[in-house]
Write a protein that binds this ligand. Sequence first.
Ligand SMILES: N[C@@H](CCOP(=O)(O)O)C(=O)O
Length: 366
Amino acid sequence: MKTIFVDSKGVEYVPDKNNWKPADGLFQVKHGAIRFPLKMISVRPATMWRYQEALPVSEKISSSLSLGEGMTPLVPFDDQEPNLWVKMDYLMPTGSFKDRGAAVLIAKAKELGVTSVIADSSGNAATSIAAYSARAGIECHVFVPDSVSEKKLAQVKAHGAIVHKIAGTREETAVAAQSAVEETDAFYASHVYNPFFHEGTKTFSFEIWEQLQFKVPDQIILPVGNGTLLLGAYIGFTNLLNAGMIDKLPKLVAVQAENCAPLAHAFTSSSPVTSVENEGTAAEGIAIADPARGEQIIQAVHASKGTIITAPEEDIDEAKAELAKKGFYVEPTTAATYAAYKKYKIKHVTESERVVIALCGSGLKK
Ligand SMILES: N[C@@H](CCOP(=O)(O)O)C(=O)O
């Protein structure tokens, strides 16, 4: 699939290794017609690359880079809620869904002839970018806030990335990484700014659709900070809708931490997304006080007829323990997603509705 980027005015750009931000807004991918040849897909290996006609990477590059990512199990939650499934993305090669996006983004970097990348992250994206860069033989610099989890940092270092710890917020970390990008010739392997990342995370949707016998669930509950999973999920289901493979989008129900919820505030008050103060949350993966793609996330949630809800801070630990008792060992950000769902379902999920919860990050990381 050949890819064109567009800015907020619809001006087209050919992706290149130095231009990470257009003059107007942020880059998005302009999608043409996409094919889903079901017979061929069904006999391919059980990885996210089975949807290769919908992905912007040549088979030659993806097969040399792949760690077998994707086609994570979709399993029933328990006997009490027969219409509730969990998508176990914490079983990805580096332990989070971010591998979907990093695999595509680093494959594109390789294709563009990049030899050095810079990324910034609160942890999981850094780990994924470090792992796929190592596999691609690309030098990797990772900027992290000094609050990053020690286990995530150890993982990043083990993959050979050069770590730059920034004494400051997640936002200040991004600014430091962007200054380094401007000062060097490195490629900005940003999961926030580079829309190739969403081209990888969209496979989350394709897999759920295939695993539910080519049907979509009614609602999907997923964490949102910078929106890489939410936007990927929206793009994936929209690709399927435009290809005539499904007849509706599932409602996307995005979860923020109560103590850092700029998107939830904007959504409920129908006002523009503005920066908030991070009051501290165990859900570090969604502690994004000023999400760069905030308006795009809100538009996607509206288009799916979904909503944005919050996880009470005091419920996160209990939700983590409850999930573990059912066999799912996940990190606090994922536990927050389940905590918010428990509150939400009381009024907003009927017994007959089919719901999927994204279990995004492994408990071994935290
Ligand atoms: N970053 C989180 C999950 C939410 O993803 P985001 O792209 O919306 O920030 C994690 O690391 O699990």
